[in-house]
Design a protein around this ligand. Structure first.
Ligand SMILES: CC(=O)SCCNC(=O)CCNC(=O)[C@H](O)C(C)(C)COP(=O)(O)OP(=O)(O)OC[C@H]1O[C@@H](n2cnc3c(N)ncnc32)[C@H](O)[C@@H]1OP(=O)(O)O
Length: 561
């Protein structure tokens, strides 16, 4: 059970033993800290050795970048819930300052204030003997207080007092430590990316870029035009949110850097015109993009950038359908079926049956999801079908539709030719509105009757399977809105194959409905039928399980109030 919200972990193990210690140290830290774990690197720091150690600048070396990757990769494996941030305030190339001039490193700056105030200090420093513990903790508090703004008397915890670890360190120290290989650094460094839901791989890229940059760090962040091909693009966080997260992260990681964040509308952005840039940081996947940037720079008469490649982090928790690397697409797909935004106030509705308004573009698989929910116990209300019922001959709607759209719509058996009616209204906003003004109130009455009947029968959940629930303003009838999405190209293929209509007709129909993004904005839960049926089923089971928990919580609340 975690006892603290935010911790600072001061890592003191020498660079040659640190890699082995990271995973156990992070696991121990994760048992104490529940939200943010700042990591301060000071390899070889001696605590409690007589002299009070002071923070000093340490040079960027190749091993340090390996440690950073290892830290984020192990953090993703052993403490995925923690927001880990490796602080580089104390890492500086000998000759570099924030202005880029070449003077030797000055004194260590004033203590840095952190956005989350720490409530515990942790260290991997091994005790020489158990009696030394108080002295080491005092030393740790004083050292950390010189680096970061901390409240006085913060508790400190020694994570590895075990003799076993001490032995291991001593053994390692007996081996001659190799001279650390310096890392080539640059005044101006650039990276590009979407940076959706900042994860360990992003943080590695950003931290290593900060390690490489002495003066300025330029980041191109993908705007809408660059997101078209992304999986579940509708769930990508808004540009402003992504930028704000980056700014907050980088401000803490290396406050001395000049950080510039610019929108990226094409794969190159300013990287091909900025003469001051020296290095671009890429991954195995984006190396080709980096090479393309250099080609353009040379065409533009600018020097090529050094390509610094970092390794992609593996995602130990990835499922069969997800990518092996840590990726934002996997994070987005894990959101499917979960509650993205809490339900609005629905005190005007009877608490049960709990009504889910399930909507989504034509061909998005909404009805197949509704049937899966029905199999789990929900009452399914098929609004398309109810819509067809209101056209029955000798009903008010039948007469009004013929009056409005012409009697040429009549089949021989006096029923309305819906396909022909569809051709008249889909793609023509005014005509469609004329139709829905007639039929929506009628369909809504039928829906309300079914919900009342479900209530009388003691049913817990009703699912309104309604293609244009949001457009019709029917959210007032529902406790939650669930939206199914698939890319438009896929929807067109499904519609043409299923309904035997042309691509143009399919597109016209889709354009008569709200876009995926507009629907997702109003969704409490999002689902997608883009993958195999088993994947859809897993999402539905997850959504159903979480829904049951919400309903139980609500009913408990109602009973106790
Ligand atoms: C609020 C609601 O969602 S009620 C349910 C939707 N019904 C309506 O809005 C009533 C108006 N629409 C209609 O009466 C019929 O769709 C007609 C007459 C236009 C066409 O009838 P049909 O050719 O039998 O087609 P059908 O009713 O199966 O609809 C075809 C597709 O258009 C969608 N659609 C239906 N109405 C609308 C509408 N008003 N706007 C946009 N798309 C619509 C349907 O959801 C369906 O797509 P999907 O099954 O992939 O989700």
């Amino acid at each position: 059970m975690a006892m603290f919200t935010t911790g600072i972990l001061v890592l003191t193990s020498p660079l040659n033993t640190l890699p082995l210690r990271i995973a156990p140290v992070l696991s121990s830290a994760a048992q104490l800290v529940e939200r943010t774990l700042y990591v301060h690197l000071h390899p070889g720091l001696i605590l409690g050795g007589g002299n009070q150690p002071r923070p000093v600048f340490i040079p960027p070396v190749v091993d340090l970048s390996t440690i950073i990757s290892r830290l984020y990769s192990n953090a993703a494996d052993v403490c995925g819930h923690l927001d880990v941030r490796v602080l580089l305030t104390n890492v500086r190339a000998q000759s570099a300052t924030s202005s880029g001039t070449t003077i030797p490193n000055g004194p260590f700056p004033r203590p840095q204030s952190l956005s989350h105030s720490p409530d515990v200090i942790l260290t991997d420093f091994p005790l020489q003997n158990p009696g030394q513990s108080n002295q080491v903790m005092q030393c740790l508090q004083s050292y950390t207080g010189h680096c970061y703004v901390c409240s006085p008397g913060l508790p400190s915890v020694l994570l590895h007092p075990q003799l076993m670890m001490l032995q291991e360190t001593e053994d390692a120290l007996k081996e001659p430590e190799e001279e650390a290989e310096p890392l080539e650094t640059y005044s101006d460094v650039v990276v590009g990316g979407t940076f959706d839901r900042l994860h360990g791989a992003h943080k590695t890229l950003l931290n290593i870029s900060c390690l490489l940059a002495n003066r300025r760090f330029l980041i191109g962040v993908c705007e809408k035009a660059m997101l078209k091909k992304k999986v579940l693009k509708e769930l990508v966080e808004p540009y402003s949110v992504r930028v704000q997260r980056l700014q907050e992260f980088l401000q803490e990681i290396k406050p001395s850097l000049q950080v510039e964040i610019v929108p990226l509308d094409d794969p190159y952005g300013v990287s091909v015109v900025d003469p001051l840039l020296q290095c671009i940081v890429v991954s195995e996947e984006t190396r080709k993009g980096g090479e393309a940037v250099n080609k353009k720079r040379i065409e533009n008469g600018l020097p090529a950038l050094v390509l610094h490649e970092i390794q992609l982090l593996k995602d130990a928790h990835h499922t069969e359908t997800e990518e092996e690397k840590i990726s934002s697409s996997s994070l987005r797909s894990r959101l499917l079926g979960t509650l993205l935004t809490p339900p609005k106030d629905t005190s005007h509705l009877a608490p049960l049956p709990y009504v889910i308004g399930l909507t989504g573009g034509s061909g998005s698989g909404k009805s197949s999801i509704a049937r899966r929910l029905e199999a789990l116990g929900a009452v399914r209300v098929d609004c398309d079908k109810l819509g067809h019922e209101v056209y029955q001959p000798d009903t008010a709607a039948h007469h009004r539709v013929l009056k409005e759209f012409g009697s040429d719509l009549l089949n021989e058996d006096k029923t309305i030719n819906r396909r022909a009616l569809g051709r008249k209204v889909f793609g023509n906003k005014e005509r469609l509105k004329a139709l829905t003004d007639i039929v929506w109130p009628e369909i809504a009455l039928l829906v309300k009757n079914i919900i009342s009947q479900a209530r009388e029968e003691g049913k817990q959940v009703c699912v309104l399977d309604a293609a244009v629930l949001l457009e019709a303003g029917w959210t007032d009838m529902t406790h939650e809105v669930w939206v199914t999405i698939i890319p438009e190209e896929e929807a067109v293929v499904r519609i043409t194959e299923r309904d035997g209509v042309t691509t143009e007709d399919a597109l016209r129909r889709l354009q008569s409905q709200w876009s995926n993004s507009q629907q997702v904005e109003r969704a409490n839960v999002v689902l997608s039928t883009l993958w195999e049926p088993e994947v859809t089923q897993k999402q539905v089971l997850k959504a159903w399980k979480l829904l049951q928990e919400r309903i139980t919580q609500r009913t408990k609340g109602d009973v106790s109030s």
